[in-house]
Design a binder for this molecule. Structure first.
Ligand SMILES: *[C@@H]1O[C@H](CO)[C@@H](O)[C@H](O)[C@H]1NC(C)=O
Ligand SMILES: *[C@@H]1O[C@H](CO)[C@@H](O)[C@H](O)[C@H]1NC(C)=O
Ligand SMILES: *[C@@H]1O[C@H](CO)[C@@H](O)[C@H](O)[C@H]1NC(C)=O
Ligand SMILES: *[C@@H]1O[C@H](CO)[C@@H](O)[C@H](O)[C@H]1NC(C)=O
Ligand SMILES: *[C@@H]1O[C@H](CO)[C@@H](O)[C@H](O)[C@H]1NC(C)=O
Length: 422
């Protein structure tokens, strides 16, 4: 059995780990080029005419450098975005498959997006930098690389926060998209101020995210940190998120996800869902989240499904989480609905089962610290709660657990969670 002690410290471990890795990358004495040499042939965007004055648009140079690198048959060619340079790049797609079994995309410098939605006129507004069908792709920022979505103008016209605008928009570009990129990774890079989600990973089998820092204002609309769907064998580790929406958002058709050593806040937490919105058959299983630290986020560990959905969310494990003034540290909402209480109970539902919550501590900023709100037609089963110690963020206040149609076992949990049915 373990107590409060480990978890607050884990926040230190996380930032410590991130700093350590950054320090490692930075201690390389200048250019990470030295590191690159052990790999493949280099394709520097400067050699393809890229101009780093922050004004000139460089998608042509980036596209040509990519085509050359991707067409190179030597082992692991490297496209290089050199350090000390800032490149403005319009929306662009980097397509595979490439000739070599692996390809590196080294971002030691900074890539910035056009700062106005007008640059997307006549283009797909859902994307900015896209990798499609590239296998063995390594996007590496060497602890210095930055991707800046400059999304403010998009936020200012978003329907979420400005519904009164006639021309408000619901769709804005994701900064970095990985579509069907098996066996790939993104590492040691910072992303900020995306117009909408920062990273989308979809249709990938095998994907690693490590040492990534994602930041945008708490007030920025729909700026998820990482959204994943249609993906299996993915890990996210040693990363930090402070965003305006979910830190990590997990969509449908998901299997074998490992999330560890992450920090979330501000943000909407680590969310599985929402799922089943269109009455579809949801398939989400084997998600393991460990050593996560939530600070000032609206949710911690969240599962939300729509009543009209079908299918399953199962074999989920949340372990060793710490909460610092989180609104809903642990929450299942199986009656998720656009307008709270406006949706009538339905006979359908996404089956939620085998969910383990173990080793949690910290504070809740609302009275209900644990909220297991399941549906009467498809109740939650096999919920296991063990070694959980949550208190109120407000001195002298009590916290409670709310259960509805939730079945499982409880061992050593505060607040009292015996409302969980056997
Ligand atoms: C990091 O970026 C700074 C400024 O852009 C540059 O001076 C420095 O050399 C870079 N470090 C590495 C390791 O690339
Ligand atoms: C996360 O960081 C730790 C500590 O630096 C390191 O040992 C571990 O390998 C990292 N995880 C991944 C998946 O790289
Ligand atoms: C959770 O923390 C406890 C105590 O520090 C440790 O023994 C256990 O291995 C941790 N679990 C995971 C999955 O990291
Ligand atoms: C539980 O869900 C029902 C149906 O959506 C809702 O009316 C109720 O307010 C929820 N209760 C809590 C405590 O979240
Ligand atoms: C809950 O406890 C009962 C009886 O102790 C046991 O049979 C059952 O397997 C436990 N359920 C879970 C999900 O651990």
């Amino acid at each position: 059995m373990y107590t409060q002690r480990h978890t607050i410290n884990s926040s230190m471990d996380i930032s410590g780990a991130v700093l350590f890795i950054l320090a490692l990358a930075l201690s390389n004495n200048g250019s990470p080029r030295n590191v690159f040499h052990v790999y493949g042939k280099e394709f520097n965007v400067l050699d393809y005419g890229a101009i780093s004055d922050g004004q000139t648009e460089n998608s042509k140079a980036f596209g040509e450098a990519w085509n050359a690198a991707c067409g190179d048959p030597t082992p692991t060619p490297q496209l290089i975005v050199p350090s000390g340079h800032t490149f403005l790049v319009n929306p662009i797609m980097f397509r595979g498959p490439c000739q070599a079994p692996g390809i590196d995309f080294a971002i030691a410098g900074t890539i910035i997006a056009p700062d106005s939605p007008g640059f997307w006129d006549g283009k797909d507004a859902s994307q900015w930098l896209v990798f499609e069908g590239v296998k063995g792709l390594k996007v590496d920022g060497y602890g210095n690389g930055t991707i800046d979505g400059r999304g403010k103008a998009w936020w200012d016209q978003s329907c979420r926060y400005n519904p009164q605008l006639k021309t408000c928009t619901t769709l804005a570009p994701t900064a970095l998209r990985f579509l069907s990129c098996d066996g790939s990774s993104v590492r040691n890079v910072g992303l900020k101020d995306s117009a909408q989600a920062h990273v989308l990973i979809t249709g990938c089998n095998g994907f690693d995210v490590n040492n990534v820092v994602i930041m945008s204002p708490e007030s920025s609309p729909n700026t998820d940190g990482i959204h994943i769907q249609d993906t299996q064998h993915l890990s996210i580790s040693n990363s930090s998120f402070g965003v305006g929406d979910d830190c990590i958002s997990i969509g449908d058709r998901i299997r074998d996800i490992n999330i560890q050593n992450v920090k979330c806040g501000p943000g909407h937490g680590i969310s599985i869902g929402s799922l089943g919105r269109s009455g579809n058959y949801v398939q989400v299983e084997r998600i393991f989240v460990t050593n996560a630290y939530f600070t000032g986020s609206t949710n911690g560990a969240r599962i939300k499904t729509w009543q009209v959905g079908r299918g399953y969310v199962r074999n989920i494990r949340f372990e060793n989480l710490t909460f610092d003034s989180v609104k809903n540290p642990i929450i299942i909402d199986q009656n998720y609905c656009e307008v709270r209480d406006a949706c009538k109970e339905q006979e359908t539902g996404v089956q939620i089962s085998q969910v383990v919550y173990r080793g949690m501590s910290g504070t809740s900023s609302t009275e209900i610290a644990i909220n297991l709100n399941c549906s009467s037609s498809v109740p939650c089963h096999g919920i296991l709660m063990e070694d959980i110690h949550l208190t109120s963020a407000m001195a002298g206040k009590e916290v409670t657990t709310y259960c509805r149609n939730a079945h499982g076992n409880v061992t050593d949990v505060a607040p009292d969670s015996t409302c969980l049915l056997d």
